[in-house]
Design a protein around this ligand. Structure first.
Ligand code: TXA
Ligand code: MG
Length: 320
C-alpha cells in the first residue's frame, strides 16, 4: 500500500467510483456521500434495500457540522474518548444530506475510523465517505481483501489493502438523537464503557440480554450460507444424542467437556472476547467454504464484554 494507491482511490471516489477500504472493524464499500449516483451504486453492488441507511465516515470532528445539525454534549464527550475508533453516532442530519444516505430519516450515522489507510483515504478525498460493510446484503462482513473480492467481485472499482481487520466486528452504534442515549448495535465499545464516559445510563436491546433467540423470530443477517444454529452447551449435548453422520462443524470457545462423534468437527475459538471477535467472521467464512451440512455455534457468556459477539451469532443463526 503506497500513497499512489490512496491518491488513485481518492480520485475514483471523486469521479463517482466505488472503493473498498479497510477499517479497524470490517472492510467498507465506499462512495462519495454527496454523489447520489455513486451512493446508488453501493445499494446495487450489495443488493441492499434502499431503506437501510448508510454510515458516513469522516476524517475529523471539524467535519461533523457539515453532516449533523445539532451536536449534543454527549456526542462531544464520546467523540473525545472514542474517535477515531469503532463507534458510530446517530445524530440529527444536516440540511442537504442525501435521502439515500439516511433512508429518508431525520437522522444520520457518523463515524471517524481508526485504520491508517481509512484515515489517509478520507484525508486525500477531503469529504464524507458513505460506506456500509463490503459484503452482499445479509452476508458475513469481510475482514480481509480476499473476503471483499469474494463478496463484491467486479462490482467495486478498487480494493485498498489494509491487512486483516484488527477488531473484526462492526462498530457500536449509539443513537443520540433522542433524549436517552440508546445502543442500536452492540460493538466492542461496550455498554459499560459508554455509560462510564457519559456518566449516565444508556439503553440497550432486550435481545442482547439473552443467550440465544427463539428460532424464526428474527431475520437473517451476518450469516454464512450454511444452515447455522446457535446452541447452549446443554443444547449441544442434546443435539449430539441424535446427530446424523453428515459433517457438522462446531464453533466453540469452551468444548473440553463435550464428547464428539467423528462426524462433528470442532473449531476452537478464543475464550477471550477481543480475540474471539477478531477471529469470528474469518472463521465463519472458512467454515462455509468447507461446505458442512450444518454449523453449530456455542452460545457465549452473558457478560457485557460479549454483547457484540452474542448479537452477531444470534443474527448469523437467523431463519432463512
Ligand atoms: O464498523 C462499521 O460500522 C462498518 C465499517 C465499514 O465502518 N460499517 C457498517 O455499515 O457496518 P453497515 O451499513 O453494514 O451497517 C450500518 C448500520 C445499518 O444497520 C444501518 O441500518 C444503521 O447502521 N444506520 C445507518 N444510519 C442510521 C440511522 N440514521 N439511524 C439508525 N440506524 C442507522
Ligand atoms: Mg453490514
Amino acid at each position: 500500500m503506497t500513497m499512489s494507491h490512496i491518491i488513485r482511490a481518492a480520485n475514483l471516489l471523486k469521479t463517482g467510483g466505488l472503493v473498498a477500504f479497510p477499517t479497524e472493524t470490517v472492510y467498507g464499500l465506499g462512495a462519495d456521500a454527496r454523489n447520489k449516483e455513486a451512493v446508488n451504486r453501493i445499494f446495487l453492488a450489495k443488493k441492499r434495500p434502499k431503506t437501510h441507511p448508510l454510515i458516513v465516515h469522516l476524517a475529523d470532528v471539524e467535519a461533523l457540522s457539515d453532516w449533523a445539525r445539532a451536536i449534543p454534549d454527549d456526542a462531544k464527550k464520546l467523540a473525545n474518548t472514542f474517535w477515531p475508533g469503532p463507534l458510530t453516532m446517530i445524530l440529527l442530519k444536516q440540511e442537504g444530506v442525501l435521502h439515500e444516505i439516511t433512508g429518508n430519516q431525520e437522522t444520520i450515522a457518523l463515524r471517524i475510523p481508526k485504520h491508517p489507510v481509512a484515515l489517509a483515504l478520507l484525508q486525500a478525498f477531503g469529504g464524507g465517505i458513505a460506506a456500509p460493510s463490503a459484503n452482499q446484503f445479509t452476508h458475513v462482513s469481510p475482514t480481509t481483501t480476499d473476503a471483499v473480492r469474494e463478496e463484491l467481485g467486479d462490482a467495486v472499482d478498487m480494493i485498498l489493502e489494509g491487512g486483516p481487520c484488527e477488531i473484526g466486528l462492526e462498530s457500536t452504534i449509539i443513537d443520540l438523537s433522542q433524549t436517552i442515549p440508546r445502543i442500536l448495535r452492540p460493538g466492542m465499545i461496550t455498554h459499560h464503557a459508554l455509560e462510564a464516559c457519559l456518566g449516565k445510563s444508556v439503553q440497550r436491546n432486550e435481545q442482547t440480554l439473552q443467550t440465544t433467540r427463539a428460532p424464526g423470530m428474527h431475520t437473517l443477517h451476518y450469516a454464512p450460507s450454511t444452515t447455522t444454529l446457535l446452541l447452549s452447551t446443554e443444547e449441544i449435548e442434546q443435539a449430539l444424542q441424535n446427530v446424523d453422520t453428515k459433517p457438522t462443524l462446531l464453533l466453540a470457545y469452551h468444548a473440553d467437556a463435550l464428547r464428539l462423534p467423528s462426524s462433528v468437527h470442532l473449531i476452537t475459538l478464543s475464550a477471550d472476547p477481543t480475540q474471539y471477535a477478531h477471529e469470528l467472521y474469518h472463521t465463519l467464512r472458512a467454515a462455509d467454504h468447507l461446505k458442512p451440512a450444518r454449523i453449530w455455534i456455542q452460545a457465549v457468556p452473558m457478560d457485557s464484554t460479549w454483547d457484540a459477539i452474542r448479537d452477531r451469532i444470534q443474527k448469523a443463526s437467523g431463519q432463512r
